[in-house]
Design a protein around this ligand. Sequence first.
Ligand SMILES: Nc1ncnc2c1ncn2[C@@H]1O[C@H](COP(=O)(O)OP(=O)(O)OP(=O)(O)O)[C@@H](O)[C@H]1O
Length: 913
Amino acid sequence: MPSTRQRRPSPTAQRLKASTKDHSRRTLLDWLTLTFGQDRQSLAGPVTPTVLNWLFLVAMSAWIYLAGFSMTALYLLLAWLIVTLIRAAYVQRRRRDQLATIFSTLAPVAKLPAGTASHPTDPSRHIRKIKWGARALPETFTATLNSAAPAATAPLLRVGVESAIENLPHALSKSGGEWLCTWDRATVTAQAVPANDPRLTRKAYTRKITALIVQIFRVPATPAAASGWNVTIKDWDSAPTADGGASEYPTGLAVRCADRDLSDPVLRDQVERQIERAIPIPGEWLFTWDPATSSLSVDHADAESLDAKRKRTQRRLRDDISALVPARGKDPVVLDVIDWVNPEMDLPRTLHVSFGTLAVDDSRLRDQIEDRFDAAIVNRWSTARALFDWQHGATTELDITLVSHNDPKAQQRSALTRFRNVTNAKFGSARNPVTTEVLEWQPEISASGVALPQVARVNFGTVDVTKSDTKDAFQDHWDSIDNNMDWHYAWDTAAGYVEMRAVSKLPDAVAFPDEDAPDRKEIQALFRAGKVFIGLQKGGGWFVWDLNKIAHGLIGGSTGAGKSVLLDTILQGILTNRDLIEVVVCDLKMTDFAWTPEFPNTIVFAGTPQEACLAVAATKDEMERRKSLCNKRGVRNLGQLRALYARQPELEAEDGPCPRRRFLFFDEIGEFLAKSKDKDLEELLDVARSDLESIGRLARAFEINIVAAAQKPEAQVVSTQLKLQMQFRVCVGPVDEYTSKQILESNHGTRFPPAVPKGRAWAWTSASGFHLIQVPFLPSATEPAPWDPSLTIEGSRERLRAGLEAEGWMQIQVANSDGGQDPRWVRVEDDDPQPAIDAAQPDRDADRLPIGLPDNAADAYLPVDDFTPSEDVADLDDRAPLGDGPAVDPFSSFDVDPPWDTSDPADITPAAT
Ligand SMILES: Nc1ncnc2c1ncn2[C@@H]1O[C@H](COP(=O)(O)OP(=O)(O)OP(=O)(O)O)[C@@H](O)[C@H]1O
């Protein structure tokens, strides 16, 4: 029987058979897995299809056991089997598709291996713990990233994976739910949550914050660079929303910044501002930077908390100062509060500002920064003031200290600001600013409650300060700073600056010093050196008329202002120095100076115009005599002649004693020189006028000096020629502009402060310019001080008499033309006492009238032994009125108590009385 050989199935048939077998097995597996294990989406509470399937089987088993197997049971079982089989085939296939989708979506970002075409990667090896929901869509799953994936090592880069997950459909997609990702190192668990899940708000915040950190720190997207970065939300809080709900917000962030340098203040500032702007929260973000660990902690604080206030303060001050610096250069302006006034306040005590290499060394810019910053401080804290301490080096640093507005330093600053602004506004311009600096402050606040400089300097830049109008205007302005003191001005017009030093106020009245007072001795020493003390000058020091430089003087002023008193002080020097000086007194009124003939060196007293004309003529002759004497001895002036005689006494023995300095003294010269109706007199006057002009022109070398007083020295009376020679002028008391011009050739006579005290005058020499002075009070006869009757001022007559007595002179009485008697002085040792001037005939007897040198002059006057002034004396009026010294009362030894405490030279504050 032939064996029938069975044919082997074809490969296609074999593959079909195997596939059918696989399919059947997978269908069975799918059915078993889904029906009895994984059909777990909830139908109602804990009831899931799997639970129903198990319940159905249990119920069927119980039924068959109790009722026996029946066809109904069979049909039911078959129906269930078919339904579950179909469901399993459909659901499991869809789930596999979903899993494949999840895998294929995540594989690129999670760097998951895709496998090969023949051996594709099984997605369930990487996507695990899947919980399926409705419509075969995932509800949760876990994926473990490949260690090469950026998100596996760099938390800030997880957003790529999360975004991929968020694109996947899930069981709650339809109802608007979202994926929520939680990370455990490289493992991400995705969970679909409903749209109203509060964690979604946190997710949004976290995502935004992370993106912000990446953006503001420019975190590189490479795993290596980003691995040290992390952002953690420390905690959350919720705030009520407008619709009555509540919304969550983060209350703390911890940012780890790999090895980024966090010490850069600009970066910090930018980060802080951006975080605040991007993540607004109810309250305030506080930033704690730790450059050592490269970490930043951002914490929420109540907006009204101290820390929040301090942060805002620091931020605003930083903005204030930054706004004041022109944005030049790269360096930012960084302000830090170093410490606070006290632990409970947000008022800073010290601040530090770093300007880096910004160009802020221009003093104007610095002043502007200081003024405006100070204004900002005052705006914020009305009682606080800022003090500034600049340090310029490679970088510019500034320490700012806030102090109370009562602090002396603060007052100094605000005073300086005021001076600076006013001075600049008045004298400067935008192109040419005038800068004011205070070199030294007075230690005390002034009576008016402001800080005042002791020494200040104003630099005028290119403003022309050679003009006296500009100088005067500036001095008037500066004088108005305070009424309790004066200023000494030292101008350097070439360099364009003036330095002011606070000095004692010019007193309203001061007595001429007592004869034994040091100031009197100094005045005397000056006089003997040819320097006539005139008065105390405003700004400190004495106004001294140097006869060696300026020969003739004119004193004008309104009646009763103190002209005669000034002339008395000059006469006092003349009459005291009998050995050196002689004087011709012309007093046509015969009132104020009628007492002068009593004294030995009044060689002529002229009381009528004729006498005065004679006196002038005789003085002119004397000038000629002196001139020819000098010519004879080949010297140019009397000083040289005196020196020659000192070297060669035999010459003096031959010529006779060297002539003394002669003063030609006129009271009311205007009245004397005015045109006379008397023809003879007018002829004499004409000669006198021209004699006076030549004396004015030539007499300096021969030591003849004119001192003339006139209320109104009008040009038609006192000739311009003569006035031109009188380069020492004084205007006592205020006068109108016309008179001022007659006296001073300027309007200074109109420029007196209100309530002019007696003896206040403008004095001028061509050498020293104008000075406001106070003439000390010296009456011709002892009388009470007009400003204080309890003080008695010894008159010049009494002083001179005492001096004569002390020197061995004796007063005698001589008959005068009125039948009375006048006093005269004679040397006691003289055999034949002979007064210098006969009282009865003051000028009518040429023999006895010593116009020129009297024959007995050598006996009558003390020897000329100390004429040559010592250097000290010669320099007395050149001394710096105040120098570096304090504001000194130049007549501190006077009887009048000055209105301030002279024991403390720096103290210009009026003493409490
Ligand atoms: N330096 C002074 N200090 C204080 N008081 C003064 C001073 N000078 C003058 N007086 C007061 O003013 C009065 C008038 O002064 P004085 O006689 O010198 O004025 P005068 O200008 O010479 O007036 P006249 O032109 O009328 O002679 C004095 O009696 C005195 O009371």
